[in-house]
Design a protein around this ligand. Structure first.
Ligand code: ADP
Length: 159
């Protein structure tokens, strides 16, 4: 049996923190599905299609598949025959929400286990929201997102 995991999120846009978690996951599982949640944020910076494309372009690992999903994550996990949901934990502030989600998902689908991974310390403060804020105000986000992502952000905002 293949060990298949799903790494779900908004990825608006994908950051070095996300990529760090994806790389760690590729070593733990046979296949990792990076799943972009559709319609979560009403005003995303990038459309789901743009996010999907960017993730594909910056993911060099052969055992990573990129997809979109809608509705309940556990339903998607079952449909994909994935037994594991991967989530990243940055600081203690992530913990409460992640714990709630993990326990609710376990209640909904006991066959799917949630696994938490920690990114490298250098990325522990990084979030897509913060990246967008800093970029919008003219700050440099180089090294915090892949070059291609920075380029796409410039194209969006004409900076
Ligand atoms: P969501 O909207 O589901 O929180 P995100 O795209 O913001 O989606 O994040 C997806 C997952 O990646 C979440 O589990 C989040 O905690 C984790 N994550 C995001 N940034 C980092 C980071 N810098 N280090 C570790 N985990 C991260």
């Amino acid at each position: 049996m293949k060990r298949r995991a799903i790494y779900p999120g908004s990825f608006d846009p994908i950051t070095m923190g996300h990529l760090d978690i994806i790389e760690r996951s590729t070593k733990l599982f046979d296949e990792v599905i990076v799943a972009v949640l559709l319609n979560a944020d009403k005003q995303p910076m990038f459309t789901a299609a743009e996010r999907l494309k960017m993730i594909r372009e910056v993911s060099p690992w052969p055992n990573v598949r990129v997809d979109t999903f809608d509705g309940l994550l556990v339903h998607y996990a079952v449909a994909q025959k994935a037994g594991v949901i991967v989530r990243g934990i940055r600081a203690i502030s992530d913990y409460e929400y992640e714990l709630q989600m993990a326990l609710m998902n376990r209640r909904l689908e006991p066959g799917v286990e949630t696994v938490f991974l920690m990114a490298a310390e250098a990325y522990s403060y990084l979030s897509s929201r913060l990246i967008k804020e800093v970029f919008r105000l003219g700050g440099s986000v180089g090294e915090l997102v892949p070059q291609l992502v920075e380029q796409r952000m410039r194209e969006k905002w004409g900076k």
